[in-house]
Design a protein around this ligand. Structure first.
Ligand code: PEP
Length: 251
């Protein structure tokens, strides 16, 4: 079922103390009931974050995982390892993973399947670059990303999948898609899902928007009928701005 969700992607920010401080600050904020809140710190701080959020309604996600369960993959982390420390959600397909680490649809398809096999929830990110949008190809690009990484899955798999539309030109740039642009793409994603699967699934899947969401624009974006919440980068690194974004949710 669609559910209001705001997730903070901390990327490669916050050392051990800074993470603990940010979690403590977040716990002291009043967060709107009915909105699911999640944070994704770096791997090294994940286990401590699970401990520190034990007594709070704040979920914990990893920012990536390897597609294998274990083995000779120096520097990598598996879904089994994440599960063993109590992490049940993983962000996959983030544009920075695609751009800087060469992650493509085939690899992401494997990662998604691996995460699902471990019983994890996946927040699957995708979105077009500015050249695609300028060329009017953004719908085609998004359709190809969904098809390439997800459309092998059966309908039941989507109980464990949240989609996150993140136009690359809006990530960390301060440039946000307008509420109308976000709504237009989210509606397109639902119609594309309906074509591949069913109208029911298209209506049930949770679709987040990500890209320079801030306290001053969150309410309008989250108020769009096909936007179910947000994936937040920069503004999730300050407890008050992240809380203000959560609290901007019109529920
Ligand atoms: C992100 O990296 O997923 C993101 C949306 O970043 P920002 O909010 O900083 O644009």
């Amino acid at each position: 079922m669609r559910r209001p969700l705001v997730a903070g992607n901390w990327k490669m920010n916050c050392d051990k103390q800074e993470s603990a401080d940010l979690i403590a600050a977040l716990k002291s904020e009043t967060l709107k009931e009915g909105v699911e809140v999640m944070i994704a710190p770096t791997f090294v701080n994940l286990a401590a974050t699970v401990d520190h959020t034990q007594d709070a309604a704040i979920g914990v996600a990893a920012q990536n995982m390897h597609q294998s369960a274990s083995g000779a993959y120096t520097g990598e982390i598996s879904g089994a390892m994440l599960k063993s420390i109590g992490v049940e959600t993983v962000i996959l397909g983030h544009s920075e993973r695609r751009a800087y680490f060469g992650e493509d649809e085939a690899l992401l398809a494997d990662k998604v399947k691996a995460a699902l096999a471990f019983g994890m929830q996946v927040i699957f990110c995708f979105g077009e670059v500015i050249e695609d949008r300028r060329a009017g190809k953004h719908f085609d690009v998004v359709a190809a990303q969904l098809k390439g990484a997800l459309y092998d899955l059966d309908e039941a798999a989507y109980k464990q999948i949240v989609l996150a539309y993140e136009p690359v030109w809006a990530i960390g740039t301060g440039e946000t898609a307008s509420p109308e642009q976000a709504q237009e793409m989210h509606a397109f994603i639902r119609s594309n899902m309906a074509e591949r699967y069913s109208e029911q699934l298209a209506q049930d899947v949770t679709i987040l928007y990500g890209g320079s969401v801030k306290p001053n624009n969150a309410g309008e974006i989250f108020g769009q009928p096909d936007v179910d919440g947000g994936l937040i980068g920069g503004a999730s690194l300050k407890a008050d701005s992240f809380a203000a974004i959560v609290n901007a949710f019109p529920v």
